[in-house]
Design a protein around this ligand. Structure first.
Ligand SMILES: [Zn+2]
Ligand SMILES: [Zn+2]
Length: 366
């Protein structure tokens, strides 16, 4: 009898709870779901809530909720890519979510090789001032990706980089610095190029300090003051930064990868998907946190130091140089020979010298 009473009580309690939820106005539930979608750490955080009940399933895909989704909420995985994942991204796109425009744009452009649709989605993200989309479009213009070599539009690339850099995109700022230094798509201005490179390095230093609380500002200042001890190139302000952290055991490469880059690395990773190859004779960007493939043969520029690695951009070259390549690239003497041979064999189309650390490495068109 007692048991019976307790049971009835529990049902009553559940009923009250359920009534409380039902009595909440849609706006309140939607606002809670908005908070969830803007702070989720993966798509499953939101999806698992949608599966709870009919009401949450309906309100969870409300355009207002999906429009607030952050990059991690739309961070679908390449290994589990399926029709439903594509549909989820499309719903977020229809809700006007910039991260979804960017994510689906990159996936369609590079992975599904639907260039027109991908580029159009990237452009829509760019119009909404999405800095990574602006930077990605800049690289597409610089490389003439999805088209022929003649489709390169350097001036458009520079304009997109300017916009991305003004929104705080560090790689775009660095790319722009190199463009000014080399006169690539813009009138050559070495002083302005160096100024932008120093600015990019300073911003990167600030982000490292932010992400590594153990590295105190005083220590950073100490490291910065040791600059004069390094054999840097004369008057080369751009060398102010790069080796400093590695000299002291700190790495600038611990930054978090954007989910889209993770997706592409996974998609084109060895054997992870049957359809995950860039195409016959096409190479991946050698920086292992980029994931961009070539869209035509010899699209990416290669390091003339060794001729073994290829990069979609100077930003990737700079990151890879610090992370791995400076230990692997051929020594200076060999490089001198290689560089001359390479120029003789293929011609250095743009004379692109990239000043990195205390040596100069060319990347050249092949
Ligand atoms: Zn790259
Ligand atoms: Zn090399």
């Amino acid at each position: 009898m007692k048991k019976q009473r307790r049971y009835t009580g529990s049902v009553h309690h559940d009923k009250i709870r359920s009534d409380l939820f039902e009595s909440l106005h849609d706006d309140i539930v939607i606002s809670v779901l908005c908070k969830l979608s803007s702070t989720a750490s993966s798509p499953s955080d939101l999806i698992s809530v949608l599966l709870t009940c009919k009401r949450l399933n309906k309100l969870g895909v409300h355009p207002l909720v999906l429009s607030k989704s952050c990059s991690k909420t739309v961070a679908v995985r390449a290994k589990t890519w399926c029709h439903e994942a594509h549909r989820f991204l499309k719903l977020c796109v229809n809700a006007g979510n910039s991260e979804a425009y960017y994510t689906l744009g990159m996936i369609r452009f590079y992975c599904l090789q639907n260039r027109a649709s991908g580029a159009s989605l990237l452009a829509k993200a760019a119009i909404r001032s999405h800095a990574p989309a602006l930077y990605s479009l800049a690289l597409i213009q610089f490389n003439g990706s999805g088209g022929m070599k003649n489709d390169k539009d350097l001036r458009a690339g520079v304009a997109l980089c300017v916009r991305a850099a003004s929104l705080g995109h560090i790689d775009a700022l660095r790319e722009l610095g190199h463009c000014f230094q080399d006169g690539y798509g813009v009138r050559k201005n070495i002083h302005e190029g160096r100024r932008l490179l120093v600015q990019a390095n300073a911003r990167e230093l600030a982000s490292v300090l932010r992400d590594n609380p153990l590295l105190s500002p005083s220590l950073a200042t100490q490291i910065g003051n040791n600059d004069h001890q390094r054999p840097v190139l004369a008057n080369s302000a751009s060398d102010f930064d790069f080796g400093l952290f590695s000299d002291y055991g700190f790495s600038l490469t611990g930054r978090e990868m954007h989910p889209v880059n993770k997706f592409m690395v996974e998609w084109f990773g060895f054997g992870s998907r049957e359809d995950g190859t860039p195409g016959l004779g096409l190479r991946m960007c050698s920086y292992n946190e980029c994931g961009r493939p070539e869209t035509r043969k010899n699209e990416f520029r290669r390091c003339s130091g060794c001729g073994k690695v290829n990069y979609c951009s100077r930003g990737c070259q700079a990151h890879d140089w610090r992370a791995h390549h400076k230990m692997e690239c051929a020594p200076m003497e060999e490089w001198m020979g290689h560089a001359i041979n390479d120029v003789e064999e293929e011609g250095n189309m743009n004379g692109e010298d990239v000043v990195m650390e205390d040596r100069t490495v060319e990347i050249e068109e092949s």
